[in-house]
Design a binder for this molecule. Structure first.
Ligand SMILES: NC(=O)c1ccc[n+]([C@@H]2O[C@H](COP(=O)([O-])OP(=O)(O)OC[C@H]3O[C@@H](n4cnc5c(N)ncnc54)[C@H](O)[C@@H]3O)[C@@H](O)[C@H]2O)c1
Length: 256
């Protein structure tokens, strides 16, 4: 598996899973476009990972804004000429609030980022992949796309929608050799879970963490790298017959 000279776009590149993905693909020689909200955060990631100057660009963009998505794709074409792999990963968790009290504007925001962001990315990248008859798209869904959890309606709804988009894109992309898959992690040991733990149990976030971990047969959260290992495989030629797949990576959680 080598991504030498391959062009990879990663959204949410300054976050837990995204940054780990940048590190992994960079180590394998890929040319990478790092996309996230804040330019300073992107610069910090590039410095921390010691990325080689001609092997990456950063584009600050809000993935819920169609023009900004079109722009990060165009910046990638200007810099590297094509797109081979798209890790469509940026997302937000919203808040832990029951449906009757859930603020409607926050509900819209979560759907805008998690659903429209994923849609816009594929809308602008699939035509490029079509031109060279191939490419791999990995959308980050969640186990929250496979069942409900009280209190996080917007997040749950958004991740179910990501799976629908993934299946549709896989069918549309297949005639042109474009593979589209989704990964569904259970809780991952990073910022997003710290936020959700505090949301579920403001008095005792650590207890929430223990409860979440206890619900996972392997007895712990995933690490960012474990999610990226699956993404890396799905992006690679080793996954050449895999499309439309929904990949749980959950320490056995969904086996129960
Ligand atoms: N952490 C978990 O437990 C977990 C579990 C399952 C799925 N996921 C999913 O994994 C993906 C990555 O999240 P993470 O775990 O690395 O959390 P994270 O919060 O560390 O990273 C998310 C990144 O997305 C960026 N982002 C948010 N809104 C954006 C926008 N509008 N435009 C551009 N970038 C934006 C954030 O700035 C952040 O860097 C998300 O889609 C998340 O829903 C996370």
């Amino acid at each position: 598996m080598s991504f030498n000279e391959k062009v990879v776009i990663i959204t949410g590149a300054a976050g837990g899973i995204g940054k780990e993905a940048v590190k992994t693909f960079a180590a394998d020689g890929a040319k990478i476009t790092l996309v996230d909200l804040d330019q300073e955060e992107l610069d910090r990631v590039a410095t921390e990972l010691d990325l080689k100057e001609d092997r990456y660009i950063t584009v600050a963009a809000d993935v819920s804004d169609e023009a900004q998505v079109e722009n990060y794709v165009n910046e990638t074409l200007d810099a590297f000429g094509t797109v081979d792999v798209f890790f469509n990963n940026a997302g937000i968790e919203g808040k832990v609030i029951p449906i009757p009290e859930y603020p409607s504007d926050l509900f819209s925001k979560v759907l805008d980022v998690n659903v429209k962001g994923v849609f816009y990315g594929m809308k602008y990248i699939m035509p490029i992949m079509k031109e060279h008859k191939g490419g791999s798209i990995i959308n980050t869904a969640s186990v929250a796309g496979l069942g409900g959890t009280a209190g996080v309606s917007a997040y749950i709804a958004s991740k179910h929608a990501v799976l629908g988009l993934t299946k549709t894109a896989a069918l549309e992309g297949a005639p042109d050799g474009i593979r589209v898959n989704a990964v569904c992690p259970s809780p991952v040991n990073n910022r997003m879970m710290r936020s959700l733990e505090a949301g579920f149990s403001p008095e005792n976030a650590e207890a929430a963490q223990q409860n979440f971990a206890a619900a996972i047969p392997l007895g712990r959260y995933a690490e960012n790298q474990e999610i990226v290992d699956l993404v890396y495989f799905l992006a690679s030629e080793k996954a050449s017959f895999i499309t439309g797949g929904i990949y749980t990576i959950d320490g056995g959680m969904r086996a129960m």
